[in-house]
Write a protein that binds this ligand. Structure first.
Ligand code: AMP
Ligand code: ZN
Length: 466
């Protein structure tokens, strides 16, 4: 099936051509596990999940890697600053390993809550791939792309002819620019570290022996080493947030391609930011929300997934709580409608084909959601509608099956309500329509005496046992 995909490398939307027919291999830059991931980070993984589900829905065999950065991520893209994990370890009075384990587990929990499929996905940890990273740096040194400084090994970007191609970087200007250099021994301002030497061995928790001395890997090398290990030198798709284009992905391409002489990935796909008041959601700005915050507000994490799907992954999306509650209401509306539909049908081919057209067009989820409502309003039979809805949900992942069951369970409970109570509820509704609120209140008290509570909701009265 033909899937069109926007490639940052070519700034163009083209038909996806797999390296191996019927297969797709993807590497997604994963979280740095030094703190809770915020819902901006989660946008990148919901998008990775949409990619996976779309390819699977189209019959592709999917290979997926999401790395866990548990060492070496400096606090700034400038290749310097505190190591995020070590800083968190001091802050939380835990070992670096404990910090990483704790936030990795929370991250896995968040993936689950957002209905992100993790079956067969490999989550390699940077700290468990130190020999592979050292080996890659060694190859780069052997091939003349790496040089040693007193701070460690650096990649010489001037030796890599296409450096900055992905980001369309203006290298000439960058090289001539008067940036204050962190390491005066660097040959070019764009050079970046491959292996950092521990300033004083024995102080850091995470450090290893290497041919260049005791130290730890630079941030970018882990993705090159681990993608190579699990997907080979050359794979189909590499993703991340747009903030990775100019430094992290640019450097991954340089290292990997310099070492192997092959292109790293054919498609570079980037998701846009989740913003707050137009600003990037970021830990450093203190404007972030987590999946747990959403749950604590009694909103389902799937409502957040639904909210994300309402915008193209390439467009910045502004997060507000009121928009999220709106998504929750709409999602519950879909579940309710699904609860009224019957099982036993077969998905409608015409609607499947419409769905294919939109989702295979660069993963157009807003149009895919529009098609859900179009389907619900269509004259198709109840059974066909439900089967088609379930089919769409294989890609959307808003868990219509579970939401529908929850509604059906609620309805079933309503059936347990005794007839005299039901009659009183109906009588009360009539009183309310006549605006006879005094009588309505009397009936409510009567119902209460019989052991039931009645609440008014936009969908009508809701009766529960006291
Ligand atoms: P990090 O844990 O900082 O390495 O980021 C994990 C992923 O989240 C990366 O793909 C980032 O590009 C992405 N990301 C970070 N902040 C945001 C944001 N506000 N909106 C969308 N994606 C983000
Ligand atoms: Zn990466």
């Amino acid at each position: 099936m033909a899937i069109r995909i926007y490639n940052t490398l070519t700034r163009d939307k083209t038909f996806f051509e797999p390296i191996n027919p019927g297969e797709v291999s993807m590497y997604h830059c994963g979280p740095t596990v030094y703190d809770y991931a915020h819902i901006g980070n989660m946008r990148a993984y919901v998008f990775a999940d949409i990619l996976r589900r779309t390819f699977a829905w189209n019959g592709f065999k999917v290979k997926q890697i999401i790395n866990i950065t548990d060492v070496g991520h400096p606090s700034s893209d400038e290749d310097d600053g505190e190591d995020k994990i070590e800083t968190a370890s001091t802050r939380e009075h835990k070992t670096a390993e404990e910090v990483a384990k704790f936030y990795t587990d929370v991250f896995f929990g968040d993936l689950k809550k957002l209905n992100i499929i993790t079956e067969n996905t490999i989550f390699p940890r940077a700290s468990e791939h130190i020999p592979e990273q050292i080996e890659l740096v060694r190859i780069l040194e052997e091939k003349g792309f790496a040089y040693k400084t007193s701070k460690g090994m650096y990649f010489d970007t001037a030796k890599f002819p296409n450096y900055g191609k992905l980001a369309l970087l203006d290298i000439k200007n960058l090289r001539e620019g008067a940036r204050v250099e962190i390491n005066p021994e660097k040959r070019n301002p764009t050079d970046f570290s491959l292996w950092k030497l521990s300033p004083v061995p024995g102080v850091r928790q995470q450090e290893w022996e290497s041919p260049w001395g005791i130290g730890f890997p630079g941030w970018h090398i882990e993705c090159s080493a681990m993608s190579m290990k699990y997907l080979g030198n050359h794979f189909d798709i590499h993703t991340g947030g747009v903030d990775h284009i100019s430094v992290h992905h640019t450097n991954e391409i340089a290292q990997s391609e310099a070492a192997t002489g092959e292109p790293l990935a054919n498609y570079w796909v980037h998701s846009a930011f989740l913003t707050v008041d137009g600003q990037k959601m970021a830990k450093s700005l203190g404007n972030f929300t987590t999946v747990s915050d959403i749950e604590n507000s009694e909103i389902s994490p799937l409502a957040f997934r639904y909210f994300l799907l309402g915008a193209s992954y390439r467009m910045p999306l502004n997060f507000t709580w009121s928009a999220l509650s709106g998504s929750e209401k709409t999602l519950q509306g879909i579940y309710r409608e699904a609860s009224l539909l019957k099982e036993g049908g077969v998905a409608d081919e015409e609607y499947r084909s419409k769905f294919r057209d939109v989702i295979n067009n660069d993963f157009n989820t807003p149009q895919a959601l529009a098609l859900v409502f179009d389907l619900l309003r269509s004259p198709l039979s109840s059974e066909t509608k439900l089967a088609t809805l379930f089919d769409f949900d294989k890609v959307l992942g808003i868990d219509i099956e579970k939401g529908r069951s929850a509604f059906m369970a609620k309805d079933a409970k309503e059936e347990d309500i005794p007839i005299p109570v039901k009659n009183l509820v109906d009588e009360r509704e009539i009183a309310r329509t006549k605006q006879d609120f005094e009588r309505a209140d009397l009936i409510r008290a009567e119902i209460a005496k019989m052991g039931y509570l009645v609440d008014d909701s936009p969908e009508g009265p809701k009766v529960t046992k006291r």
